[in-house]
Ligand binder design. Structure first.
Ligand code: SAM
Length: 289
């Protein structure tokens, strides 16, 4: 297979079809075979797997995925890419389905039911950066059956997803991601691995879904409302951030009292709180409501 990851092969396809990059779709195609190999390796794809690829572009990574998986479903929003994929770069693969759709509008649960009998699949993608968080959180919150999600994202976003309490990158995104999955940054990827070059550095992150939630929480929505409020005003103490941010749902006294029961100082800030701390705080506040 002549890898499209070789820059000259990508350029040949782009020229053949007079392809014009669409900035609004976050189109930065990978042109480094070593990075492609790293992504596929990090995803841990096995011969029997269904893989869902978000945004195949001209099919560079899709070719690697087709070589490793039983079946690949590639979802691409840009209709100008569809004839390139189906008529050219993927035409020799019988184990791929190309869907021309916006990933945010697609029912992935249904696809996994149809293509994999509902068994968990893997998501692999070089994501369009303008919708990284909605894509990942959309998959998690819809409880799509997945083994892992291995994706290229902005390096800064990968750092936030993997951050631990007390670090400057720690925030609502770290907690939201870590509630559903265990993050692992598999590679840092410089700008020159893409065509055209993005403005920011990138990283490959693998999110391995938890089999059971790591904490037991009565009301997920309430806990995430607390988390958002805590980090909306991250310089404030938790007591003040929550009393201002969650409105009439929690009073200053209730938070102070709950922190006391947890053995936490009244001056603690959200950035020091672990997921288990937020779950406990949420449960105590719910119980006393
Ligand atoms: N996988 C290719 C590669 O690595 O070279 C392309 C990656 S490029 C960063 C992102 C791809 O996602 C583009 O092909 C873009 O058209 C597609 N895309 C953007 N928004 C999308 C959406 N909402 N749904 C599906 N695909 C989308």
């Amino acid at each position: 297979m002549a890898s499209l990851g070789e820059p000259k092969n990508t350029i040949a396809i782009l020229n053949k079809y007079n392809f014009v990059f669409q900035k609004k779709f976050g189109q930065n195609f990978l042109i480094d075979p070593r990075v492609l190999e790293k992504i596929v390796l990090a995803a841990g794809i096995e011969k029997d797997d269904l893989v869902i690829e978000i945004g195949p572009g001209i099919g560079t990574m899709t070719q690697y995925l087709c070589e490793s998986a039983r079946h690949v479903v590639a979802v691409e929003i840009d209709r100008n890419l569809i004839p390139i994929l189906t008529g050219d770069t993927l035409k020799d693969y019988s184990n791929v389905t190309v869907i021309n759709e916006d990933i945010l509008k697609l029912d992935i649960n249904r696809i996994i039911k149809e293509q994999n009998g509902g068994r968990p699949a893997r998501v692999v993608a070089n994501l369009p950066y303008y919708i990284t968080t909605p894509i990942i959180m959309g998959l998690f919150e819809a409880h799509v059956p997945l083994l892992n999600v291995t994706v290229m994202v902005q390096k800064e976003v990968a750092n936030r997803m993997q951050a631990e309490p007390g670090s400057k990158d720690y925030g609502a995104l770290s907690l939201a991601v870590q509630y559903y999955a265990e993050p692992y940054i598999a590679a840092n990827v410089p700008q020159n691995c893409f065509m055209p070059r993005p403005n920011v550095a990138s990283a490959v992150i693998r999110l391995t879904l938890h089999k059971e939630p790591p904490v037991s929480v009565e009301d997920e929505h309430f806990m995430f409302a607390l988390i958002r409020a805590a980090f909306n005003q991250r310089r404030k103490t938790l007591v003040n951030a929550l009393a201002n941010g969650v409105g009439e749902l929690v009073s200053k006294e209730a938070v102070t009292d709950a922190l006391g029961r947890m053995g936490q100082p009244a001056t603690v800030r959200g950035e020091m709180f672990t997921l288990a701390d937020f779950a406990l705080l949420s449960n105590i506040l719910q119980e006393n409501k």
